[in-house]
Design a protein around this ligand. Structure first.
Ligand code: BG6
Ligand code: MG
Length: 227
């Protein structure tokens, strides 16, 4: 199906990275679990980990210290941030295209074929490395990551910068997110938001994966809701 002029109101998709395009969330979790345990034996749960999704590395450590009721001086914090990232980099060293979420690659290709522009909006400073190792860097017309923003999600900065680079208005763009803070960021910037593997009523709707859905169906569902 080709896009009719009517449904061209949506011109671009911006994807979060970790947990949306690629299965890296459990690696972040694994690395943070070690750090939390090291701080004072704190066992970081999956529920705790949901609070860290979409959050910068520095902020994540502060959240963990709060949960563990621990406080550290800056020097110790810096050492833990380096340790966490070294560990994470170690865990993703064999990352490859088959680590993409099921259906994600086909969905990206189908979006491109339909003339939809594709952007990335991630909190991660390792985003470019992950895109390289999974071989999908070239699909993105705009990449905004943790190295380009001052304010983290739920602030919409990361997505607004992406919209600027793509040259479209927020209401012409759908943001795909697995983090509550990411959905809040998209909504507060005036974007349409679709949740991936998340239960929330703040998004337009939620999907478990990109399998069995086309870009055109996403656009139709969004447009039907906005009629
Ligand atoms: C987000 C992840 O995409 O990036 C968070 O959801 C992670 O879990 C954050 O902490 C920062 O990533 P990095 O790679 O810069 O430590
Ligand atoms: Mg994410």
């Amino acid at each position: 199906m080709t896009l009719s002029p009517h449904n061209m109101d949506i011109k671009a998709f911006i994807f979060d990275l970790d947990g949306v395009i690629v299965e890296t969330s459990h690696f972040h979790y694994e690395a943070w679990k070690k750090i939390a345990y090291k701080v004072n034996g704190y066992e970081l749960t999956r529920e705790d980990n949901d609070l860290l999704k979409g959050v910068s590395r520095i902020k994540s450590l502060d959240i963990i210290l709060d949960l563990a009721k621990a406080s550290l001086d800056q020097k110790d914090k810096d050492a833990l941030l380096i340790e966490k990232n070294d560990d994470y980099l170690n865990l993703i060293q064999d990352l490859k295209q088959s680590d993409l979420l099921s259906g994600a690659l086909d969905f990206l290709n189908a979006s491109r074929d339909a003339g939809i522009k594709i952007g990335l909006g991630s909190a991660s400073k390792n985003a470019r490395l992950v895109l390289e190792s999974t071989g999908i860097m070239g699909m993105f017309e705009a990449i905004v990551d943790g190295t380009n923003v001052v304010k983290g999600k739920p602030d919409p900065e990361v997505f607004l910068k992406g919209a600027g680079l793509l040259g479209f208005k927020p209401n012409e763009i759908v943001v795909f997110e697995d983090a509550l803070k990411g959905i809040q960021a998209a909504n507060s910037g005036g974007f349409h938001s679709v949740g991936i593997n998340i239960e929330t009523e703040l998004s337009a709707f939620n999907l478990n994966s990109f399998e069995n859905i086309t870009p055109q169906e996403i656009i139709e569902r969004i447009q039907n809701q906005n009629r």
